[in-house]
Write a new protein. Structure first.
Length: 280
């Protein structure tokens, strides 16, 4: 949550047209490194100082409530149930992702290599997790798979996370865990599409050639009831959290292009069924 607050404050500063040096001077800080730590979620923001940020950054009233809510959550040290229960299995970057997932009301997801975690079966998830280099023991693998399964509750909570997902054909063809595991996983996608109305799936077939996702790689755009979207890009070593308008706008445009070019939901389901039939 502290990272989310820091990203929001950085966005406000940039919209005000202030550099780290200029903003830190106006805020009465010892130098840019202090403000940089706050914006990167490394230091807490005293609640009493928020009005100073608001004045210097000329923040509109409509934005202040959201920032105060984030500051309250960050200072309280509140962590979701999953974060508390699985803290030994969760590093800081993923804890930030999990908080965004729990706070968001909608997520746009482009998957270039693997089925998104929120849509994975347990067997598929186990094959993905156990193939990585991050986990050292079978117990660690089992614990993280269990966490991944429990994360899927956000799709079925009282106010569920809605998900729009574009899947590259490579995702459907990669035989993670072998043919039987993949077949069960693809059937699961069809079941989710049928049973969960706020999940929409589209497929981007190889035959459509190059598209906006080729250079982007897998990413998620999280959206919230209030406040700006956050884009999460997931390279090998750590996740990148983007909230600046220019960056978010690029990824939103890319997703809109992907959604417009991919097969419709009915055609996508038919494509998935055909892929299942072709599995040997």
């Amino acid at each position: 949550m502290r990272r989310r607050l820091g990203l929001a404050l950085r966005t406000l500063r940039q919209r005000a047209g202030l550099s780290l040096q200029e903003a830190s001077e106006r805020l009465g800080m010892s130098g840019p490194p202090v403000l940089s730590k706050i914006e990167n979620g490394k230091m807490r923001v005293p609640g009493a100082s928020l009005d100073q940020y608001f004045a210097i950054y000329d923040v509109p009233e409509s934005r202040k409530t959201e920032i105060r809510r984030l500051a309250s959550l960050a200072s309280s040290g509140r962590r979701g149930n999953l974060l508390n229960q699985y803290r030994d299995a969760i590093d800081d970057p993923f804890a930030d992702y999990l908080e965004l997932e729990e706070l968001a009301n909608h997520a746009d997801f482009y998957a270039s290599q693997l089925i998104p975690g929120l849509l994975q079966t347990e067997e598929y998830a186990h094959a993905v997790v156990s193939s990585g280099t991050r986990w050292r023991t079978k117990r660690e693998v089992s614990t993280f798979v269990e966490l991944r399964m429990r994360r899927q509750a956000v799709l079925r909570r009282e106010l569920p996370l809605s998900l729009w997902c574009v899947l590259d054909e490579a995702v459907l063809r990669r035989r993670v865990g072998g043919s039987e595991v993949l077949r069960a996983q693809l059937h699961h996608l069809l079941n989710v599409q049928d049973e969960v109305p706020h999940v929409q799936l589209q497929v981007m077939p190889f035959g459509l050639g190059a598209h906006a996702g080729v250079s982007a790689g897998s990413y998620t755009v999280f959206r919230f009831d209030s406040g700006d979207p956050v884009v999460v890009v997931e390279p090998l070593t750590t996740s990148l959290y983007l909230e600046e308008d220019a960056h978010v706008g690029q990824y939103e445009l890319a997703f809109n292009l992907l959604r417009a070019r991919a097969l419709g939901t009915d055609e996508s389901c038919a494509f998935i069924r055909k892929t299942i039939e072709e599995l040997s």
